[in-house]
Design a protein around this ligand. Sequence first.
Ligand code: URA
Length: 437
Amino acid sequence: MNTPELIRKKRDGCALERGEIFEFIERYTRGEIPDYQCAAFLMAVFFRGLDGRETADLTEAMLHSGQVLDLSCFPQPKIDKHSTGGVGDKTSLVIAPVAAASGLLVPMISGRGLGHTGGTLDKLESIPGFNTRLTLAEFRRVLGVCGMGLIGQTDELAPADRKLYALRDVTATVESIPLIAASILSKKLAEGIDGLVLDVKTGSGAFLKKFQNARELATCLVEIGTACGIGVQALITDMSEPLGNAVGNALEVVEALETLKGRGPQDLVELCRELTAHMLLLGGLEATLDAARARFDTVLASGQALEKLAQVIGAQGGDARVVEDYSRLPRAQHEDSVVAPEDGFVAGLEAQAVGQASMLLGAGRQRLDSVIDPAVGVIVEKKVGDPVSTGERICTLYANDLGLLRRAREMVRAAIEISPEPVRALPLILARLPEFG
Ligand code: URA
């Protein structure tokens, strides 16, 4: 294959053949194509796009750049959930244990937080001893014992995505729907799953802020995932305010544990219920959405999901006593609050700004190699639509650096909008693809 010829073909808007895409990805993964040629290729894709067939071929080529887990020795249906990333999104810590306690196998390979969005691995690593860097053999052992496992990406699974993503990050080619779809699906398909539920976020705290773009990505993910042979259900959900109350790693672990004890914030519980219900449907454990929702509520109320999370924490080297004793989690030294400047109703709590304030405190990373502080973050005590009176607390910030605390407090203050008139919060679930009766 002549690499400049292939770049030119895409640059001029022509469709690439399956063989060309596979060869390009194989050679790039082996280091035979330099980054400068791959960067030009990515920019050509960014502007010219890929059609459905090319996107499916790219996904498969990236998937087969490494191993695909063979989980056929496990009897359960293998179903995972993926979120495109948001602020305060700790759903994986609730959904995976409920789904596993319900009889699914959940081989969850998650990411780290980047920018204002959080990542499941960072939240888990705030639990003393929790190891997200298991080998694939260790991961299989945990899956066998617990029915679920939570680890980070390994070099063996979809290595092409790791290289391509790092290059996209520095060449302004991240925001391309076919490239995002191939990136997400190649990693998820490498888990050897039968089905995937996708939480595609939209709104100020999301990666794709406009509903139309979120719908386009969700459609592409459903079409390509289905073409690659797995069941896929996407929900498009609102991320204009943080999900739940806690933003920041250890703070979010506490909120997830509270949710597993039946005391979760209403929006978080609703989203976890919907996403888990779709996982149960895809896995064939329930036949209707209502029955699947009821199963979520029953399993949560039984305490089995909390036990499941404690079991996984122990199996992955963590201190499972955190489940009952939150003082075992890291705690920040300082706190401050933002209060309502006037009587009224919370009209906005801009998710991106709250996420950025939390990142500034140290809960997130600007770059992939930044070190994070697990203890810090923000608790949003009022949500959009809540009434407030002058001086009432809306947010509490937790910090280990007083200078950062002052700056973050200003950011949170600017993120809050108060209206004199009652305000209705946006619905959380904005659309389902495929549409659901
Ligand atoms: N998440 C991914 O895994 N890949 C992308 O390209 C964007 C978001």
